[in-house]
Design a protein around this ligand. Structure first.
Ligand code: ZN
Length: 233
């Protein structure tokens, strides 16, 4: 499918860092680019590995966590209602060791969706476990594991995920849809639902059918967000 974004490369001097041939206009379908200062959007492991080798960035897929982890999903959240659905028994059930093993499993597969998932997993580790995945300048003093309630987070992100899926247009919406689903793969696995976490990697219609399934799991009413459109580009 021409509208599906498979890989986001890092562009430097007009070319992909990984050596993908040609300028972006000549790239095959499904390839996009991001600037070196917007590395969090990059999904090409080869580009990221190359930058890593050059010692420009250590482990670029795992940025230093920002004090406010909610900026992406909550532009104006001071006064909003609690987004949680009815299934409040959903919570983080994985041990530190299980999370480390999951990161190694994901890295072993070395495919493009891995970066967002790995980042999400690392944020839940205590410093001694997280250290191998962090920039050198991160210390025990400035590392704070993400201790936000997992169920709250999954519910809170849903409005944003639907906004991106509904607003998706060819050439820019696919990346956001893929990113939303990568986040949910990470969170659903942390919540113990490995089956659902694995089942949402392949998607169509900008992930909307999967978002409905996740809403059901979370006890949220998807109809409040779903615009009913089902197209791929
Ligand atoms: Zn690349």
């Amino acid at each position: 499918m021409s509208d599906e974004i498979l890989t986001v490369h890092v562009l430097r001097a007009g070319l992909a860092v990984c050596g993908l041939e040609g300028v972006p206009a000549l790239w095959p379908d499904g390839h996009r680019w991001t600037a070196p200062d917007v590395l969090e959007d990059a999904t090409c492991r080869s580009c990221l590995d190359q930058l890593s080798k050059e010692k420009v960035f250590k482990k670029p897929a795992v940025p230093v966590p920002q004090p406010d982890l909610q900026t992406e999903s909550s532009p104006d959240d001071e006064t909003k209602d609690d987004p949680r659905g009815s299934k409040t028994d959903i919570k983080l059930v994985r041990s530190q060791q299980e999370i480390v093993a999951r990161i190694e499993y994901i890295e072993g597969r070395s495919i493009d969706w891995a970066a967002f998932e790995r980042e999400g997993l690392v944020t839940h580790l205590e410093f001694n476990h997280a250290k191998p995945y962090l920039h050198d300048e991160v210390t025990e003093d400035n590392w704070k594991p993400d201790d936000q309630d997992l169920y709250y987070k999954m519910c809170d992100y849903m409005a944003f995920a639907w906004e991106k899926a509904n607003g998706a247009v060819e050439g820019d919406g696919g990346l956001s849809a893929g990113r939303s689903l990568s986040h949910y793969s990470c969170w659903l696995w942390l919540a113990g639902n490995e089956e659902l976490a694995e089942s949402i990697r392949e998607y169509e219609f900008y992930g909307k059918p999967h978002l409905r399934t996740i809403c059901e799991f979370l006890g949220l009413d998807a109809d409040q967000w779903d615009d009913g459109e089902r197209k791929n580009g």
